[in-house]
Design a protein around this ligand. Structure first.
Ligand code: MN
Length: 184
């Protein structure tokens, strides 16, 4: 998905969000999870792949409980620089409302492979990826599985040492600024 869809939806004279471009290759694949209080509060799950951030809106947010299958709606790719975005999207703009960096870190494909990114892009096409997350809040294995309609996926924690029934969403501060979404 090109960034054109992302760019078309936004008025860069008004919004503090980055216009963005594709990133160069670097050592680790990064992820960011935004908490975004737009029309409805949701979490945006963004995984770096192919120089952009593949993105899903997760209304209920991520869970550490492997019993939970939370809907994750695939949205347009976001620019790599978006991983640094925290702020308020002004009223009258797409996605208006405050955004914090709820979690961030690096991740990789669970499968042992010399080229995790290639493996992940293949999985994305096939509708099933399993990743290992190294975030401040989210750690261990997670799966994203496509259902129907095609933009609907499920975000599922895999059973491992990081699986838990604790509500991770209670940790509600930005991992960058320590602010809560209400503080913006
Ligand atoms: Mn959002």
């Amino acid at each position: 998905m090109p960034l054109a869809t992302y760019q078309k939806k936004r008025k860069f004279k008004e919004t503090p969000e980055p216009k963005g471009s594709k990133s160069k290759k670097h050592k680790r694949l990064l992820f960011v999870i935004h908490k975004h209080d737009a029309t409805r509060l949701h979490y945006d799950f963004r995984l770096e792949m192919d120089g952009t951030l593949k993105s899903w809106a997760v209304p209920k947010g991520p869970s550490l409980n492997p019993q939970d299958k939370h809907l994750a709606i695939m949205v347009e790719d976001h620019p790599y620089e978006y991983r640094n975005f925290e702020g308020v999207i002004p009223e009258g703009n797409y996605g208006a409302g405050p955004v914090i960096i709820w979690d961030e870190g690096w991740y990789t494909a669970r499968a042992e492979t010399s080229n995790p990114e290639k493996e992940l892009l293949k999985g994305l096409k096939e509708g099933h990826i399993t990743i290992v997350m190294h975030g401040k809040k989210l750690k261990g294995e997670f799966a994203l599985v496509r259902t129907s309609p095609q933009k609907n996926w499920l975000l599922i924690k895999k059973g491992d040492e990081y699986a838990s029934e604790d509500d991770i969403l209670k940790k509600d501060k930005s991992v960058r600024s320590n602010r809560k979404i209400e503080d913006l």
